[in-house]
Design a protein around this ligand. Structure first.
Ligand code: LLP
Length: 456
């Protein structure tokens, strides 16, 4: 029998035995995610990650269904007193299988383009659970969303409000809108993902919104004002900035109501942080306990738009070592995933934990750890997935998992350097499913034309 066979058989036996074998399955539901090393093997739920990589190749994104549904439900339970509409933010992970699963759990979707509207519809999301933000909605996109009958446009400027109004008049309909307020609060996160300060391009200044509503009331022609939208940034680990934003918009709501203007909805946006390294983000429960007392007196219906919180820790990127390269000054593991697959480290200097897929000594992996930079094959100095990580001396073909890759991972992938975007797999218990094929070489040229007039 070939040695790989023996290994696979052994893994299979382990997976089958896992439910009972000294593990408390209830642990899994209370922890942050379902990626665990057991007996030297990395598992996603009850499937050995190595087995998926054997079958699909690398790089491959692997998601845990249980983790993301658990996160969705945790948020819903934490806010149960307000019965919010939870609109998963499609930009964090737009894979249809994931959208469909969340929609079937009762989620709505937060979209930012006509493309995401299309995906939301393909995922079977009822239109009345779709909210649409973006500083640059085109006329075509506005018309498409009006025709679909989405729940609400989150309006980011006065010219946009006029455009939505004009299109609604043309289509003889009423456009439901919320004004996205820029509350000018500091979210204490990376500057690239801070969206609620005065100098950012997002939202409408509070005073400007107040002047507008005072002048026009809550019905601006063919638009109907449902309420306000906030989204102050992403990967926010504390509740204070949210509370500050709620207070500011809450004062506005009270002033408007005194003038007889009805405000029914408040959308608090997304932004809840997760653990990548040593952050101590609030749990859904702690977040709800901190903000709900500020929301209840406003007597509004609530929308939440989480992305990262639901899916961030529900996905890993699995890659394989091509070369171990040592120079006088540095040790590198050159792997087959790069910034074209996961751009967060290159773009934000983001930290993602790196874990060997097999750390079992019997697999020939030495226990001696040394500091390596894990780098991709792309011709850019920024193509570093992880810096100075203590890892075993992995050799060609051995695999690594990059954690926390479920949000803003695949969705930000590109074809740079002629790379095919990776496959995606979803694990449910002891089964796994391919939810996206790896791109083919033909995909790289699919939309190109070489007109003969150019060649002669
Ligand atoms: N709602 C709106 C209007 C947003 O702009 C965003 C994210 C969300 C909700 C979801 O935010 P979350 O819950 O995921 O924090 N590419 C960056 C993150 C960009 C976030 C953009 N807006 C990253 O990889 O960290």
């Amino acid at each position: 029998m070939r040695p790989e066979r023996t290994t696979r058989d052994r893994l299979r036996r382990r997976e089958d035995a896992w439910d009972g074998a000294g593990q408390d399955p209830s642990n899994v539901t209370t922890t942050m995610h379902d990626f665990k090393v057991r007996n030297g093997q990395l598992y996603c739920e009850r499937v050995a990650v190595d087995r998926i990589a054997d079958a699909i190749g690398t790089p491959v994104y692997v998601y845990s269904r249980h983790t993301l549904i658990d996160h969705f439900q945790k948020l819903r339970r934490a806010f149960h007193r307000m019965r919010p509409l939870i609109c998963f933010s499609v930009k964090a992970n737009g894979s249809l299988a994931i959208l469909k699963m969340l929609v079937s759990q009762g989620a709505g979707l937060d979209i930012v383009s006509g493309g995401e509207l299309y995906k939301a519809r393909r995922a079977g999301c009822p239109a009345n659970r779709i909210v649409y933000a973006s500083v640059g909605k085109s006329r075509d996109e506005i018309r498409e969303a009006l025709r679909a009958g989405i729940f609400c446009f989150n309006v980011e400027s006065l010219p946009e409000l006029d455009a939505i109004n004009e299109e609604a008049v043309r289509l003889r309909t009423k456009a439901p809108v919320a004004l996205r307020i820029n509350p000018d609060v500091e979210a204490h996160t990376h500057r690239y993902i801070t969206t609620g300060t005065a100098e950012s391009k997002f939202g409408i200044q509070l005073e400007q919104a107040e002047r507008l509503i005072s002048a026009r009331g809550s019905a601006f022609g063919s638009t109907r004002l449902l309420g306000f939208h906030l989204h102050i940034g992403s990967q926010i680990t504390r509740s204070a900035p949210f509370i500050q934003a709620i207070r500011r918009v809450g004062n506005l709501i009270s002033r408007l109501r005194k003038r007889g203007i009805a405000i029914e909805w408040l959308n608090l946006g997304g932004g809840l942080g997760i653990v990548y390294k040593d952050e101590r983000p609030q749990t859904a429960q702690a977040f709800a306990e901190a903000v709900v007392p500020h929301l209840l007196p406003l007597k509004v219906k609530l929308i939440l738009e989480p992305g990262r919180f639901i899916v961030g820790n529900a996905g890993i990127l699995v890659t394989q070592v091509l070369y171990r390269k040592e120079t006088p000054g540095k040790r590198f593991l050159v792997v087959d995933a790069g910034m074209s697959d996961l751009i967060r480290p290159a773009l934000y200097g983001a930290y993602h934990e790196v874990v060997p897929v097999i750390s079992d000594k019997r697999q020939g992996t030495s226990d001696k750890r040394q500091a390596y930079d894990v780098v991709g094959p792309i011709c850019e100095s920024a193509d570093v997935l992880a810096k100075d990580r203590r890892l075993p001396a992995l050799g060609e073909g051995e695999r690594l998992a990059i954690f926390g890759a479920g949000a803003y991972g695949f969705v930000m992938a590109s074809n740079y350097n002629g790379r095919r975007r990776p496959a995606e797999v979803l694990v449910r218990g002891s089964r796994w499913f391919l939810i996206r094929h790896r791109e083919t070489l033909n995909d790289l040229v699919r939309h190109e034309t070489v007109p003969s007039g150019l060649l002669t």
